[in-house]
Design a protein around this ligand. Structure first.
Ligand code: F6P
Length: 307
């Protein structure tokens, strides 16, 4: 997020714009918490996780009255464009705001879940996956030394993107995600068959939002069905923090710069992204009405990779 804010501020200023940062997300806009950003306002943040502008969820903005109020404030303050960095909720909010405000709205995908339609990767996903991979590599020492089955829960309320990438990168035996139907009997059979083939330990990576439940619930459902008890590790918020990866910093910079370009081209109601190596601008309405699909190809490799 910070690398993107930095790019928007500096490239925007270099091209003659006055840039204001809104603190606290959409609620901050409703509370008029904005401040002019100078080139030095974004010094020393390119390597930091989180966001220097802070963020939050806004109940008030969910209501039509809140959206109208936001539009009123933007108009009264004389803003002509809004760069909105966030996930599906943010893009949804922007389509609502569009109804009441005629300024240029440009969305930028920033979510570890990588579930926003209109970009191959969203800002934060790569860092979150790296954080989870690093943690699991450490847990692997216990799994291998104690011959244990581990259920690792990663983030992803409605999305299995993190689980899929983490599972492949960590050599998981099984990946459980909300986009596919989970068959507990099948999970147990695969773990037991692996044991019979001489596997001494195993990893099951589960996305927190799977329809069969989180890691604790799946452990309960597996109880008595697999040859031994499994241990759980919930990685949680550790995934969302820390220094962003080089990939995320570069992606964030590119998308921030492209957002400014789109502003100068007069675009509005779009979300910037990168698709197959090309910078793109997808209508906001598509980002919320079309579903980004999880990488089925990668999922299809798991069984063969864990023989
Ligand atoms: O949407 C991103 C995400 O990190 C999800 O993966 C996770 O379920 C959720 O946010 C956590 O939200 P909160 O910070 O409100 O607990």
């Amino acid at each position: 997020m910070n690398a993107c804010i930095r790019a928007i501020v500096r490239i925007g200023i270099a091209r003659g714009l006055d840039i204001y940062g809104i603190y606290g997300g959409l609620q901050g806009l409703l509370d008029k918490r904005f401040e002019q950003m100078k080139a030095r306002s974004v010094s020393n943040i390119v390597h930091r996780g989180g966001t220097c502008l802070t963020t939050g969820r806004s109940e008030e903005f969910r209501e039509e009255e809140g959206q109208k109020k936001a539009a009123r404030i933007l108009k009264e303050e004389g803003f002509t464009g809004l760069f909105a960095l966030g996930g599906n909720g943010t893009m949804h909010g922007m389509t609502k705001l569009q109804r009441y405000w005629e300024g240029q709205i440009i969305g930028i995908p920033g979510t570890i879940d990588n579930d926003v339609y209109g970009t191959d990767y969203s800002i934060g996903f790569d860092t979150a996956v790296n954080n989870a991979v690093e943690a699991i590599d450490k847990i692997r020492d216990t799994a291998q030394s104690f011959d244990r089955v581990f259920l690792i829960e990663v983030m992803g309320r409605d999305s299995g993107a993190i689980a899929t990438h983490v599972g492949i990168a960590c050599g998981a035996e099984i990946i459980i995600i909300p986009e596919t139907t989970t068959d507990i009997e099948d999970v147990a059979a695969k773990i037991n068959a692996g044991k019979r083939r001489g596997k001494t330990f195993a990893f099951i990576v589960v996305a927190e939002g799977d329809e069969e439940g989180d890691a604790a619930e799946i452990k309960r459902k597996l109880s008595g069905k697999i040859v031994e008890d499994c241990r759980i590790s919930v990685l949680g918020y550790i995934q969302r923090g820390g220094n962003p990866s080089h990939f995320d910093r570069v992606l964030a910079t590119k998308l921030g710069a492209h957002a400014v370009d789109c502003f100068f081209k007069g675009e509005s109601g779009v979300m910037v992204g990168e698709i197959a190596g090309k910078l793109s601008a997808t209508p906001l309405i598509d980002t919320i009405s079309k579903k980004k699909v999880v990488d089925i190809y990668l999922l299809g490799l798991v069984d063969a990779l864990s023989i």
